[in-house]
Design a protein around this ligand. Structure first.
Ligand SMILES: *[C@@H]1O[C@H](CO)[C@@H](O)[C@H](O)[C@H]1NC(C)=O
Ligand SMILES: *[C@@H]1O[C@H](CO)[C@@H](O)[C@H](O)[C@H]1NC(C)=O
Ligand SMILES: *[C@@H]1O[C@H](CO)[C@@H](O)[C@H](O)[C@H]1NC(C)=O
Ligand SMILES: *[C@@H]1O[C@H](CO)[C@@H](O)[C@H](O)[C@H]1NC(C)=O
Ligand SMILES: *[C@@H]1O[C@H](CO)[C@@H](O)[C@H](O)[C@H]1NC(C)=O
Ligand SMILES: *[C@@H]1O[C@H](CO)[C@@H](O)[C@H](O)[C@H]1NC(C)=O
Length: 637
């Protein structure tokens, strides 16, 4: 059964994706196909599905024809079959050009036949549909870049291009319709035409994040004369060939000026502060005869706030040359070693394993800086990093009690009492709520599992490995076979369609809670008359009001309050509901855990069960109609 499960998931993860250059014989330059992807997961009820698609496309044409819209979302519900779709034209297109581009797109996307999700991206427009809501997605999935093949010989071209793209990245999120188009004169009479655009359902922050990724991808095309970067929620393109009229440029100067004066002072303040700090530090370093100088540029002050740069040799000595004896474990991102630094401090040293991607190497320092600024008692602290050649090493605080899986399924199994389990359930929720909602950028963990929940000396939970998934090419998971996640903990919409949101973490958290309560692994089948794996077993017991049968026999029944245990099982089932939108956010989970009464009004709806006959099914329950009820038809703003 396990094998079949793996096979099913692997199958659904394979999207046919391709960068297609000039594959389409359409005369209009805007109909140049940049990227296309089809879900290999077929819609279940084909008649309803095709009817939804047809109606969706004709609604879109009306939006464009009658209302001159350049952006819109259309939702259709037919029985259980939901279809969410979005289209967008670049604003420089006229109404008729937009219509023609979308017509080309709808024809092309029919190549995805029964696939229940698909997207096509053209120079002039894009079209996407899914069976689950995706309107707020921007850059978690499916980013890519395609560069022209001719290099510019104009001197100063690269610099001018960089400048133009940086300005677009900054200005676009500040415009009303998330769109900007500029023409930049380069020496020698040539010019760079560039546009950037976000989907209008994105938030400003997400648009900015998307722009940053697009910029990072696109500027690598320079000094070639053209390039396009695309993502789930944005598009950026430049070319020396005009693709819009000179009078269609947008004046972005006001967006670049905004807040500039205050920023300037901040920078000057930072520089002055930095210089003073540097001088003090230099004096101190000099007096202590250390040769360790902070890396970086004139903005030394900000560098100093970042993570510590450890020396490779120090880490090598600390871990006895990364010896087997010091190995603590191996994770999805590389091996972890116990290390004792010269000053006696014990740390966990993680040697990352990346593929051969220079992008990751570029992003590494930025990500490390970001992660090292995450401070929360339920999140493992990143102390610093080390870069040597292609090696990337992270140094974390050391957790004496290793990970939760050891306490549930390993050598210490059965040793946690109810109070300790409850504290782990609550602390983990708090840590995730912080990552999702309180830190200044929302970090989706993507790999919540008991092995990633470490326990400190008093058995308080600390979540490990957050932020790392952002460095992995798993960003493109639903357009490739790569997948950052662990079977069994993975939310179905992420596993099947690559749809990633905070709610994917909520799902994994729900599975972890069930594991903590039952002592049963999420993917193991219990050897009893039911012979069910954990989520299904929990659901069945819940339906029969037999929650307590799930509870680990190792827990002393006198220790827990029956009502509380039932409540927590129901919270876990809320977290694992089929529809991501109905799952609670992690801060709501924290509130539910703490409240005595809030759960009284809430009833979980059925999870999706992956069956051994290889078709995921909705469990049959009277509640499953809720998914349709919460579906609302949306239109672009
Ligand atoms: C949807 O449209 C396609 C092409 O226009 C057509 O072949 C098909 O019969 C339509 N399907 C439904 C269910 O309306
Ligand atoms: C769209 O416009 C056409 C003609 O301009 C009109 O016949 C049709 O009723 C309009 N449809 C909607 C939904 O407004
Ligand atoms: C779409 O399908 C048609 C016919 O099935 C095929 O000729 C064409 O190459 C396909 N296009 C792409 C981009 O796959
Ligand atoms: C999906 O449907 C298409 C055509 O409708 C079919 O060729 C393909 O085999 C189906 N794929 C799966 C995985 O069922
Ligand atoms: C560049 O690409 C174009 C088509 O996009 C092709 O015709 C041309 O041969 C390519 N040139 C080189 C040098 O590869
Ligand atoms: C822009 O220029 C074109 C000619 O290149 C002209 O037809 C059009 O009216 C102009 N549009 C505006 C808004 O000035």
């Amino acid at each position: 059964m396990m094998l079949q499960l793996i096979k099913l998931l692997a199958m659904t993860l394979i999207w046919c994706s391709s960068d297609i250059e000039d594959a389409v014989a359409v005369a209009a330059p805007d109909a140049h196909l940049v990227n296309m992807g089809c879900s290999t997961y077929n819609a279940s009820e084909l008649r309803s599905f095709y009817a939804n698609i047809n109606e969706t496309f004709s609604d879109m044409r009306l939006d464009i024809r009658n209302q001159s819209k350049h952006f819109g979302t259309v939702g259709k519900a037919r029985g259980e079959v939901l279809t969410y779709a979005m289209f967008q034209c670049r604003n420089y297109l006229s109404k008729n050009e937009c219509l023609s581009c979308i017509n080309t797109a709808t024809t092309q996307i029919r190549n995805c036949s029964a696939g229940n999700g698909a997207r096509v991206i053209y120079d002039g427009c894009f079209l996407r549909y899914e069976s689950d809501r995706f309107y707020d997605q921007t850059n978690e999935l499916g980013s890519g870049v395609s560069c022209g093949n001719t290099s510019s010989t104009v001197t100063g071209f690269r610099g001018a291009g960089e400048q133009a793209l940086i300005e677009l990245q900054t200005a676009t999120p500040k415009t009303n319709d998330f769109y900007a188009a500029t023409k930049t004169q380069v020496a020698g009479g040539s010019a760079i035409y560039a546009v950037a655009q976000c989907v209008e359902t994105a938030t400003q922050i997400n648009c900015l994040n998307c722009m940053q990724v697009a910029y990072n991808n696109l500027h690598s095309c320079l000094p070639n004369t053209e390039g396009r970067a695309y993502d789930a929620g944005c598009f950026m393109r430049y070319s020396t060939t005009p693709f819009f009229a000179d009078n269609q440029t947008i004046d972005i100067a006001p967006y670049l000026k905004q807040g500039d004066s205050s920023k300037k002072w901040a920078i000057i303040g930072g520089v002055v502060g930095g210089v003073v700090l540097l001088l003090v530090l230099f004096a101190w370093r000099w007096s202590t005869k250390s040769n360790k100088v902070p890396r970086g540029n004139i903005l030394g002050a900000t560098e100093l706030k970042g993570p510590v740069n450890y020396k490779y040799n120090d880490l090598k000595i600390a871990t006895k040359s990364f010896s087997i004896g010091n190995k603590l474990g191996e994770g999805g991102f590389g091996d972890v070693y116990k290390g004792t630094l010269k000053n006696g401090k014990v740390v966990a040293v993680k040697k990352l394993v990346f593929g051969k991607s220079s992008k990751m190497e570029d992003d590494f320092e930025g990500e490390v800086k970001l992660i090292s600024n995450v401070h929360h008692r339920n999140l493992v602290r990143l102390l610093g990093c080390c870069i040597k050649g292609r090696e990337r090493i992270l140094v974390y605080e050391y957790m004496a009690n290793s990970s939760l899986d050891k306490f549930l399924f390993g050598e210490k199994r059965g040793s946690l009492n109810w109070k300790q389990r409850y504290d782990i359930i609550l602390g983990t929720a708090k840590g995730l709520a912080y990552l999702h909602e309180e830190f200044h950028v929302s970090i989706i963990h993507r790999d919540i599992k008991t092995a990633n929940i470490l326990l400190d000396d008093v058995l308080q939970p600390k979540i490990a490995d957050f932020g790392l998934a952002r460095l992995m090419p798993g960003d493109r998971s639903h357009l490739s076979t790569k997948f950052a996640g662990t079977l069994g903990y993975t939310a179905p919409e992420y596993a099947m369609h690559g749809q990633l949101s905070e709610k994917a973490d909520t799902y994994s958290y729900g599975i972890v809670v069930l594991e903590i309560i039952s002592g049963q692994k999420g993917t193991d089948v219990k050897n009893d008359e039911d012979g069910e794996y954990l989520l299904r077993r929990a659901w069945k017991l819940y339906e029969r009001d037999l929650h307590l049968v799930l509870v680990d026999k190792a827990i002393d029944p006198n220790e827990y309050d029956i009502k509380e245990v039932k409540k927590i099982i129901e919270i876990a089932l809320l977290c694992t509901q089929a529809s991501a939108s109905t799952r609670p956010t992690m801060s709501e989970v924290v509130a539910l855990l703490k409240s005595k009464t809030l759960m009284d009004q809430l009833r979980p709806t059925t999870p999706i069960f992956v069956e051994t006959n290889m078709t995921p099914q909705e469990g049959n329950s009277t509640n499953s109609s809720n998914a349709t009820a919460s579906f609302s038809v949306q239109s672009g703003r």
